[in-house]
Design a protein around this ligand. Structure first.
Ligand SMILES: NC(=O)c1ccc[n+]([C@@H]2O[C@H](COP(=O)([O-])OP(=O)(O)OC[C@H]3O[C@@H](n4cnc5c(N)ncnc54)[C@H](OP(=O)(O)O)[C@@H]3O)[C@@H](O)[C@H]2O)c1
Ligand SMILES: [Zn+2]
Ligand SMILES: [Zn+2]
Length: 352
């Protein structure tokens, strides 16, 4: 085992603070990575504050972070995919059983025995896994992704969660040229949804509660922007969408969006608010509309997304911050004040 620097939360009400943790020495299939950047996902905040207690209670100390990009510093003897000095990325999962039908289908995110990057039972060391707010991580090579060489690394990190979480449902629901696609909530996930849906050729309409994000939404690739608190503006789009991606982190009215779908249209929730959302039965019945959910994406599709981003020159729009500003960043996330993902420059951890 070896020591790593990290930032951790001691309880649901404590700020994140500097700490030292132990990581395992790489086994034969492991890759050790020096973390260069780690994105801040709203799921980090939900977890740190134990907001998902009823589904996955948080074990403290909690070290979040699942949008990881860095350089390979050590490889196990059986590792063929990576060599020292390679760029490497890790997303929301670090392991799965590899044998169940979901794993065989490359849908490891639905494996009953997967290991999430943080707050999951750690098979090697006991306790729970510790995520990317750290200077290093050790991960099985099956869960390490290749990074396109043409992209800026600070903006690549968020692709590992915000990118795949939006790419996967867009692909699953057949978003292509000619489709009318709505994206609700212009945060980390939402802004990636806009970039990716635009790159897939769709007509993209952003729904935001923040009028001051309008210009940005258009720059990011939206064709139209609707201020969702304006009922008249909403009504103009009734019955018009093939697909809507809902990336909102808090309580909101999803039935208002059901009414905007055309016949057989689908709205997929990727946002994971703390409390259940009410659904209007009539919103679904009328027009045979459907409501679904989607969780991150499997490893093959995550690599496909990274390669797609490489080809289309897509990265997240990031505000790069030192890790010492992480608590401030969380407060800004809660105010929907991020353009459009915080990416932690892990060099800042060296001074701790
Ligand atoms: N399904 C998955 O696999 C998966 C993966 C990652 C994250 N998530 C979840 O997805 C959600 C979004 O994550 P994120 O990192 O993109 O968060 P984020 O950057 O904080 O963005 C959330 C956006 O939601 C909108 N919003 C916030 N509060 C709202 C309210 N009360 N009513 C209406 N809109 C509101 C805001 O957009 P506007 O300012 O434009 O209104 C905000 O920017 C979180 O719940 C996160 O846990 C799920
Ligand atoms: Zn995430
Ligand atoms: Zn499995």
């Amino acid at each position: 085992m070896f020591n790593a620097k990290a930032y951790s939360a001691a309880s649901a009400t404590s700020p994140l603070a500097s700490t030292t943790i132990t990581r395992r020495d790489p086994t034969e299939n492991d890759i050790q990575i020096e973390i260069l950047y780690c994105g801040i996902c709203h799921s980090d905040l939900h977890t740190v504050r134990d907001e998902w207690n009823s589904v996955m209670p948080t074990v403290y100390p909690c070290i979040p972070g699942h949008e990881i990009v860095g350089r390979v510093t050590k490889v196990g003897s059986a590792v063929s995919k990576f060599k020292l000095g390679d760029l490497a990325a890790v997303g929301c999962m670090v392991d799965s059983d590899g044998t169940c039908p979901e794993c065989k289908a490359g849908l490891e995110q639905f494996c009953a025995n997967f290991t999430l990057t943080y707050n999951s039972p750690d098979k090697h060391l006991g306790g729970v896994t510790y995520g990317g707010y750290s200077d290093s991580i050790v991960v099985d090579q099956r869960f390490v992704l290749r990074v396109p060489s043409n992209l800026k690394l600070a903006g690549v990190a968020p692709l590992l969660c915000a990118g795949i979480t939006t790419y996967s449902p867009l692909r699953h629901w057949g978003v292509t040229r000619g489709k009318n696609v709505g994206v609700v909530g212009l945060g980390g996930l939402g802004h990636m949804g806009v970039k990716l849906a635009h790159a897939l050729g769709a007509h993209v309409v952003v729904f935001t509660t923040s009028p001051k994000k309008k210009e940005d939404a258009l720059r990011l690739g939206a064709d139209e922007v609707v201020i969702s608190r304006n009922a008249d503006e909403m009504q103009k789009h009734a019955g018009s969408f093939d697909f809507i991606l809902d990336a909102v982190s808090a309580d909101h009215d999803i039935s208002a969006y059901l009414n905007l779908l055309r016949r057989d249209g689908n709205i997929t929730l990727v946002g994971a608010p703390e409390k259940p959302l009410p659904v209007s039965a009539f919103g679904l019945i009328m027009g045979r509309r459907s409501l679904s959910g989607s969780m991150i994406g499997g490893i093959p599709e995550t690599q496909e997304m990274l390669d797609f981003c490489g080809q289309h020159n897509i990265t997240a729009d990031v505000e790069v911050i030192p890790i010492q500003k992480v608590n401030e960043a969380y407060e800004r996330l809660l105010k929907s004040d991020v353009k459009y993902r915080f990416s932690i420059d892990m060099a800042s951890l060296k001074s701790e």
